[in-house]
Design a protein around this ligand. Structure first.
Ligand SMILES: CC(C)(COP(=O)(O)OP(=O)(O)OC[C@H]1O[C@@H](n2cnc3c(N)ncnc32)[C@H](O)[C@@H]1OP(=O)(O)O)[C@@H](O)C(=O)NCCC(=O)NCCS
Length: 203
């Protein structure tokens, strides 16, 4: 684990996306995730109240996934900080949409977001504020067309967070997801368009 973490820190690459960070939402400061965040992040990232709803449940794997995210120039990992304390983390990945070979409107037009909050801070609006910033980065900074996210159907806190931002449940996959404790369970896919996001903000 230690060795792996050293390699990871050595390989740290900041995002190459033209994002405007840090941003503030209420008391939450959202900035790019950095090597200095790793220990604080892993301290709660491995808590069962968090891992229960994630696909990556093991600490060593979580570290490697984060490394992969950072090494991926087509994405940005963010840290959510309140009073200097890391209370949340999120990711915005960039994907091409489906498109015909005329022009490039679909290139990098889709964003996929993920978010997690320190369990001690659950239910205090942190997840909502963090997702709000991720959507702002996707639409305002990167001009994306559409942002999507998925979750287990039983993860009520996650899909309520998305619905608070007007994201639409576009897919209810019956037993499309494997959960270590629950077995085959239903999954949801949510999305929002830039036009819808702008309309909610008054144009
Ligand atoms: C999902 C998560 C990010 C939400 O963050 P949060 O800061 O706790 O959420 P907020 O306080 O902003 O609340 C957002 C909504 O979720 C609801 N909510 C929060 N915790 C809840 C819970 N335990 N059960 C049911 N609803 C809950 C809130 O009531 C609110 O909805 P409402 O306003 O419609 O009532 C957080 O619970 C978390 O990190 N969970 C573990 C990791 C995870 O599931 N990540 C997402 C993977 S898809």
């Amino acid at each position: 684990m230690e060795g792996r973490r050293r390699v990871w820190l050595h390989r740290w690459v900041p995002t190459r996306l033209a994002v405007s960070l840090p941003r503030r939402s209420g008391d939450l400061l959202v900035r790019e995730f950095g090597p200095e965040d790793v220990d604080a992040y892993l301290a709660w990232r491995t808590d069962p109240r968090v891992t229960r709803w994630l696909l990556t449940t093991r600490a060593d794997e979580a570290t490697e996934r984060l490394e992969a995210a950072e090494a991926d120039p087509a994405g940005v990992s963010v840290a959510g900080v309140v009073d200097g304390r890391l209370v949340a983390s999120g990711y915005l990945g960039v994907k091409d949409g489906m498109g015909q070979d005329v022009g490039d409107a679909w290139v990098g037009a889709l964003g996929r977001v993920g978010y997690l909050v320190d369990p001690e801070w659950h239910g205090r609006g942190v997840g909502t504020r963090l997702l709000g910033v991720l959507l702002e980065v996707a639409f305002a900074d990167l001009g994306m067309h559409r942002v999507l996210a998925g979750c287990f159907a039983d993860n009520v806190a996650s899909w309520r967070t998305m619905e608070r931002h007007g994201m639409r449940r576009e897919q209810h996959g019956v037993e499309d997801s494997w959960h270590a404790e629950l077995g085959w369970v239903d999954g949801y896919e949510y999305a929002i368009l830039r036009s819808e996001w702008k309309a909610r903000r008054g144009g």
